[in-house]
Design a protein around this ligand. Structure first.
Ligand code: AMP
Ligand code: GLY
Length: 445
């Protein structure tokens, strides 16, 4: 896969020449973000506000990021070209954004180049891309989760259905669309026949009831450092109706999981699987994001993701105090424990709310290519975190389902929400829609 050892050796040499005497967080880091959606926009945005960071490259990025970062129109899985870019641009730190790239083994490929990498190996990343692996690991580590059964295909799962409600999940990656909470056997049958679930192995799960929260943590082997908790809205329709999506909006802090409980929960619900992975000889280095549910029996894990949440990153990264680039470098170099011992991670008390502006058709096949109007009219305190936009001539046009996450900041969730919706109203194109009830239950925070 690599063009010999020459490029990794060159990179190592460059880093050696540049590193002596450089204090952690000293200016001059050359960074690379892989991916091109709203989460990667949030990562690049946080790097842009870091004193330690000199340059930000994003592959492939999108039109919005091109304003403050260098975007490169190339395939992030073309390892040969990626190596050449890393060497030529003297990259110090790479952050892998999307789950598909983790599952394609980008973490392993990048680590061979001797730069600092935030993103797990393909093997450790199985916690996201194989639901059965995640469930087995939770059983081994004693992490509470829904009871479950795995099936090699949809037909054998259909044969095992009972009368009652059941959760039907595709075993592999499905862009947030491979989960159906079925009320009865008929709904479960039709879920098993749907395009995103019918191919490949399937998990049937007990339906859990309760409030949900998203908890992300930086994980460096056995070290687990919680990030600000958030809450997202996965269903496409008002009042949490309709099919699941990648996420229609999010907010942080979240009333259901206060900031001061984040580390304790991460110690109970994320650290045990990090330890189990380390014991297996496949330590995790990157971000683990746990989807949690607060049942009458206490918090349980719905799923793990091997990356920042999207849109959780959009509302949590702005709340991380200190130099984000230096923090990511420490994680990527395997010295997170020492770094946070000296500089404990603090969350700002500001609140952030994100609202996803979507193209007609999403979460099915979206209409794309529409010219986006109003980007210049955002109110004070609101940002447009682009997720699927591209430049055509002088215009910015839509290029996917979730197009822009409008992020509002404020002293309270209510303030942040007001600003986010003022911004959402300003930006439009034919067919754009958004949920108007994002963070409605969080306004007391
Ligand atoms: P996941 O991708 O596994 O997080 O599932 C997406 C959404 O489906 C979750 O945010 C929940 O709303 C719902 N869900 C997943 N698993 C369960 C479960 N066992 N019980 C109830 N709801 C679930
Ligand atoms: N917010 C859902 C996800 O990132 O999977």
């Amino acid at each position: 896969m690599l063009p010999g050892d020459r490029i990794p050796r060159t990179i190592l040499e460059h880093r050696r020449q540049r590193s002596p005497g450089r204090a952690p967080g000293a200016p001059g880091l050359h960074t690379l973000v892989l991916g091109g959606g709203g989460r990667e926009y949030a990562i690049a945005w946080a790097l842009a506000r870091s004193n330690s960071v000199a340059t930000i490259d994003v592959i492939p990025g999108n039109a919005g990021m091109a304003i403050f970062a260098r975007t490169l129109d190339m395939d992030p899985t073309d390892i040969g070209r990626l190596d050449q870019h890393i060497a030529a641009s003297r990259i110090d730190l790479a952050i892998v954004g999307p789950d598909e790239l983790v599952a394609r083994g980008l973490g392993d490929a990048l680590r061979r180049t001797a730069i600092a990498v935030v993103g797990p190996s393909k093997e450790a990343g199985r916690i996201e891309w194989s639901k059965t692996f995640a469930k087995e690991l939770m059983a081994e580590a004693g992490v509470p989760t829904a009871t479950w059964r795995a099936f090699p295909d949809a037909a054998s799962a259909a044969a095992a259905l009972g009368d009652g409600p059941v959760v039907v999940k595709a075993d592999g990656l499905a862009g947030g669309k491979g989960v159906v909470v079925a009320r009865d056997r008929d709904e479960a049958r039709s879920a098993l026949g749907s395009a995103s679930i019918s191919h490949g192995s399937v998990v049937l799960e007990e339906v859990l009831a309760g409030e949900e929260a998203s908890l992300q943590a930086l994980v460096d082997g056995e070290t687990v450092v919680a990030l600000p908790p958030a809450r997202d809205h996965k269903r496409v329709g008002q009042g949490d109706t309709g099919p699941n999506t990648g996420g229609m909006g999010a907010y942080s802090p979240a009333e259901v999981l206060p900031d001061d409980q984040a580390q304790g929960l991460a110690d109970r619900l994320i650290a045990p699987v990090a330890h189990a992975l380390a014991r297996r000889g496949t330590p995790y280095r990157g971000v683990i994001y746990a989807g949690l549910i607060r049942t009458s029996d206490g918090w349980k894990v719905l799923e793990y993701n091997a990356r920042f949440g999207d849109p959780e990153a959009e509302v949590t990264l702005p709340r991380i105090e200190g130099d984000f680039g230096a923090l990511m470098l420490a994680l990527g170099e395997g010295r997170l424990a020492a770094y946070v011992a000296e500089r404990p991670l603090r969350f700002s008390s500001r609140a952030y709310v994100s609202v996803a502006l979507c193209s007609a058709g999403y979460p099915g096949k979206p209409e794309t290519g529409a010219a986006i109007e109003g980007l210049e009219h955002l109110p004070e305190g609101a940002w447009a975190f682009h997720a699927a936009t591209k430049r055509v001539g002088t215009r910015t046009v839509t290029s996917g389902g979730r197009v822009i996450h409008v992020v509002g900041g404020g002293d309270t969730v209510a303030d942040a929400r007001r600003v986010a919706y003022m911004g959402a109203e300003k930006i439009s194109w034919p067919g754009r829609f958004y949920r108007s009830d994002i963070a409605a239950q969080g306004v007391a925070v």
